[in-house]
Design a protein around this ligand. Structure first.
Ligand SMILES: Cc1cc2nc3c(=O)[nH]c(=O)nc-3n(C[C@H](O)[C@H](O)[C@H](O)COP(=O)(O)OP(=O)(O)OC[C@H]3O[C@@H](n4cnc5c(N)ncnc54)[C@H](O)[C@@H]3O)c2cc1C
Ligand code: FES
Length: 282
């Protein structure tokens, strides 16, 4: 059993939890993830290792309350336990030697996945610009954490309620056009955002790493659930990724596959909300 040692709401729908998992904390590297299961009947849900503390033996996860399982997890509190917490899974992010300047771009809760990458680059002595994009001011997360690991932090909001008005791609284009030379761009967020960042950087010939979020089940390369096409080849994001070269990813296929169970997921969420509403009102 894995104990929740800290819980913090980062905004009304994003939760940070620190979980006691010393073996994972000992081995975790940026870019890797865990798969949790709340109880014996629970779904297996992948979440990125947002941070870890090797000394205290804890792993930090940051997640959006998206549907039934993340909702169930968010209802647990400090001191409660989770049945399974398996990891570290996936290939750690590989940054080539000699990188001097990087742009790390996060979209929404993708910022939780982008943060460990920005931190890893910063710790390697790379100069890091972070562009973090959100729909509006109310859902901005990790501002202080990003400030601590970047040379320049630009926050964008779609409606202009905080930071710079516009999309992360606008801010990135502006930086590149004003003469900033990036050796690598890391883009993590919704599939369309990763696609448009990759299309932009392709024009400038800047290497771009994305972290893919296909539906995962076993996390060991056996079930085929997380199949993606990269450079015309079949890859399994859980064992070959989740990081890939953004210029080679078939984003349209990923978006199609991710929406396969949308109706079922919606039904499950509604059923769970009704059930919980009933229990609370009883
Ligand atoms: C490697 C990886 C790392 C991730 N890291 C994070 C993270 O750090 N923070 C975060 O908020 N989210 C992360 N996600 C997405 C997260 O797994 C989904 O939001 C979660 O599974 C939703 O489950 P649910 O039951 O709450 O919602 P549901 O209603 O079941 O699903 C909501 C959406 O989540 C996605 N999803 C559902 N089941 C799975 C599954 N088994 N595997 C992958 N995606 C699924 C689908 O796109 C779906 O439309 C990550 C996904 C992957 C593959
Ligand atoms: S999750 Fe089953 S093959 Fe990747």
């Amino acid at each position: 059993m894995y104990k929740i040692v800290r819980k913090q709401m980062l905004n009304p729908s994003v939760v940070l939890m620190e979980i006691n998992a010393p073996y994972i904390a000992k081995k975790a590297k940026a870019g890797q993830f865990i798969i949790f299961r709340i109880d014996e009947k629970g779904e297996r849900i992948p979440l990125t290792i947002a941070d870890y503390d090797r000394e205290n033996g804890t792993v930090t996860i940051i997640y959006q309350i998206a549907g039934k399982s993340t909702m169930q997890l968010s209802e647990l509190n400090e001191g409660d336990t989770i049945l399974d917490f398996a990891g570290p899974l996936g290939v750690p992010t590989h940054f080539e030697e000699g990188i001097k300047k990087a742009a790390v771009i996060g979209g929404g809760v993708g910022c939780a996945i982008a943060y460990p990458q920005a931190k890893a680059l910063h710790e390697k002595g790379v100069s890091v610009d972070v562009i973090a994009g959100f729909r509006n001011k109310d859902i901005v997360i990790l501002e202080d954490e990003f400030k601590a690991v970047s040379d320049r932090l630009i926050i964008t909001t779609d409606d202009g309620s905080y930071g710079k008005k516009g999309f992360v791609t606008d801010a990135l284009k502006e930086l590149i056009d004003s003469g900033t030379k990036y050796d690598v761009v890391v883009a993590i967020g919704p599939v369309p955002m990763m696609k448009f960042v990759s299309e932009l950087t392709r024009g400038y010939g800047i290497k771009t790493i994305v972290s893919l979020n296909p539906i995962m089940i076993d996390g060991t390369g056996m079930c085929g659930g997380c199949r993606v096409t990269v450079g015309g080849q079949v890859k399994y994001a859980c064992v070959d990724g989740p990081d890939f070269d953004g210029h080679l990813v078939d984003f349209d296929e990923l978006a199609r596959r991710n929406s396969t169970y949308a109706d079922k997921e919606k039904q499950e969420k509604e059923h769970y909300c009704r059930l919980m509403g009933g229990i609370r009102n009883a």
